[in-house]
Design a binder for this molecule. Structure first.
Ligand code: HXC
Length: 270
């Protein structure tokens, strides 16, 4: 009988990093009302940061902001904006500055996704995801950059791993996230001299997310087993976020960190 495979435990970042490393710092997070970005925000707050979460649905944002503030003892404000609209993003930044007076960290996480083949996808559907993911990231960077320069802060862009190969039914997200990866590299090089860092986190299959539930059937069908024994947890992405924003990563910029438990390296022989 073969030995039981190792399953890596889910780690809480407060077991590794001090709970006050982001004390006095402010996070601006698009897409922070739910899923991966909400979890990233919560963990940043558990290490001392205050936060603004930005999205289209104010009801959901307000509920999440209340929940995050109560859970962490820090302050989270909900700010409504569609990242496709530059003026709305600028307005969200102004509200954040009005409340907190600074922005240290930005998570560009707002994203759209659904399954559709190239043949079956409308031009507008492709454009919509490109605009939310890629243009939305550009708009967010433009609106926050001067504030992030002032604090010598950092960006994390939430991308994906699915564009490293041809992933069926994901042409819109693949093209959009490839653009995000490129944007982050340019930002890192241009803004490094201003003391600003920019990195990408590329989550692999993370359970309990809207994106994953949409891709679930495919993911299960094709899944040849996870190298570290389990699917990703929201905390895995949040822990990487704490590291990349922390001083421990002060010489790391322009990088793409796949947080995928090794899934990207699985080769199928079928
Ligand atoms: C085909 C679709 C569609 C679908 C929308 N469209 N949903 N086409 N299949 N399921 C088309 C519409 O028909 C329309 O084209 C165009 O897209 C715009 O749709 P709207 O609903 O008018 O736009 P909007 O209200 O702006 O919302 C679009 C959306 C939303 C943001 C994409 O539908 C959506 O899916 N939200 C979920 C967000 C989400 O899943 N976030 C997690 C992302 S995870 P026509 O031609 O009819 O006008 C992620 C990581 C990926 O990104 C990696 C996972 C492993």
């Amino acid at each position: 009988m073969s030995p039981k495979a190792f399953v890596v435990p889910v780690i809480d970042s407060t077991h590794v990093f001090l709970p006050n490393i982001f004390q006095g710092k402010v996070l601006f997070c698009t897409g922070g009302g739910s899923g991966i970005c909400k979890s990233m925000t919560e963990t940043m707050m558990r290490h001392g940061a205050n936060a603004a979460i930005v999205g289209r649905k104010l009801d959901r944002l307000a509920e999440s902001a209340k929940e995050l503030s109560e859970a962490t003892g820090k302050t989270c404000i909900p700010v409504q904006a569609d990242v496709r609209q530059p003026q709305q993003v600028k307005g969200a930044v102004a509200k954040t500055i009005e409340k907190f007076g600074r922005i240290d960290f930005v998570i560009c996480g707002a994203a759209g996704n659904f399954l559709a083949s190239i043949d079956g996808m409308s031009e507008n559907a492709f454009k919509t995801v490109m605009e939310i993911d890629t243009l939305g990231t550009f708009n967010t960077v433009k609106a926050t950059l001067h504030h992030v320069r002032a604090t010598r802060g950092a960006y994390i862009h939430v991308s994906a791993t699915l564009h490293y190969k041809g992933t069926p039914y994901q042409v819109h997200v693949s093209a959009a996230k490839a653009g995000v990866d490129a944007l982050s590299a340019v930002l890192a090089v241009e803004e490094g001299p201003h003391g600003v860092r920019s990195n990408v986190i590329a989550p692999g299959p993370i359970g309990e997310t809207e994106g994953m539930s949409r891709l679930k059937n495919q993911a299960q069908d094709k899944n040849p087993g996870y190298p570290l024994g389990r699917i990703g947890h929201l905390k895995d992405v949040a822990n990487a976020t704490v590291f990349l924003f922390s001083d421990a990563a002060s010489w790391i910029t322009g990088q793409i960190l796949a947080v995928d438990g090794g899934c990207e390296h699985i080769r199928s022989f079928q």
